[in-house]
Design a protein around this ligand. Structure first.
Ligand SMILES: Nc1ncnc2c1ncn2[C@@H]1O[C@H](COP(=O)(O)OP(=O)(O)OP(=O)(O)O)[C@@H](O)[C@H]1O
Ligand SMILES: [Mg+2]
Length: 251
């Protein structure tokens, strides 16, 4: 069964048709890859699915429940979350502070709760710290917990951005180029972690330019060109596809 399904999505910016009739199904527990030339609409698709922009047309479903037209907060609360092409971290905060600021709905933010349910706040704080530690250890950046995010390499910042979104407990995670600009060894390590998370039940859509790495980790790959899905298949079918060749060779 597909966990996330979008049907006939459309999105234009002025005269630019960024999405034209995009239909996609992401099976529960799957890792689906999304490739396509620059400007083909990949990030826009993620922006629309996560509610940053409303679609001009089409429908979106999570476990067959329609969420078309819902706002970004509601969609995140449903468990559909993402990372950004340029990692979003708080550069002047430490790695650990970045982890703890990522949960927006902590009881401690409410003044009433701070005064009257102090015990509960402390308990939640302890739980969040323990959870942050588990995630940082899992991603092998626990030793950097006290470093300023600005002092991390580009690849480490991508890891921290992933760590932050994991704090919120996503059900479906849309990753916009999670390893772009990351050295090949770390890139493979990050994909290995993604695979472990999938074995734990998480579902992924991953935008990535490096087809080689997708070959080894994805169940299925979609190919976009000028706002349209032009091909969908198993990794090796993508390599052999005439349509894909035409997209990358410019027809
Ligand atoms: N917020 C926006 N306002 C105006 N135009 C936009 C906006 N976002 C995207 N576009 C345009 O929509 C088209 C698709 O862009 P998008 O960023 O989705 O491509 P992409 O496939 O992610 O490319 P890349 O591989 O370079 O990241 C481009 O023509 C882009 O200029
Ligand atoms: Mg993009």
């Amino acid at each position: 069964m597909s966990l996330l399904r979008v049907e006939g999505l459309k999105k234009s910016f002025g005269g630019v048709r960024a999405l034209e009739d995009v239909t996609m199904e992401i099976p529960e527990g799957g890792i689906v890859g999304l490739i396509g030339p620059n400007g083909s609409g990949k990030s826009t698709l993620v922006n629309v699915i996560t509610g940053i922009f409303p679609p001009d047309g089409g429908r979106m479903f999570l476990a067959e429940q329609e969420f078309t037209g819902e706002g970004a907060h509601r969609i995140a609360n449903m468990g559909v979350m993402r990372t950004f092409q340029v990692p979003r971290v708080f550069k002047e905060m430490s790695v650990m502070e970045n982890m703890l600021v990522s949960k927006g709905d902590q009881t401690g933010e409410d003044l009433f709760n701070t005064f009257f349910r102090w015990g509960r706040v402390r308990e939640e704080e302890r739980e969040n710290i323990a959870r942050a530690r588990d995630i940082l250890e899992f991603l092998e950046i626990w030793h950097m917990k006290n470093e300023l995010a600005s002092s991390l390499s580009g690849g480490q910042q991508k890891l921290l951005a992933l760590a932050r979104v994991l704090m919120a407990g996503p059900r479906v995670l849309l990753l916009d180029e999670p390893v772009a600009g990351v050295n090949p060894k770390l890139a493979r390590k990050i994909f290995g972690k993604i695979q472990e998370l999938r074995e734990g039940g998480m579902t992924f859509l991953i935008i990535e330019h490096d087809v080689d790495i997708l070959m080894d980790f994805c169940d299925e790959i979609y190919v976009m060109d000028r706002g349209r899905i032009v091909f969908k298949g198993e990794p090796r079918e993508v390599l052999e596809s005439k349509e894909v060749m035409e997209v990358y060779m410019g027809g």
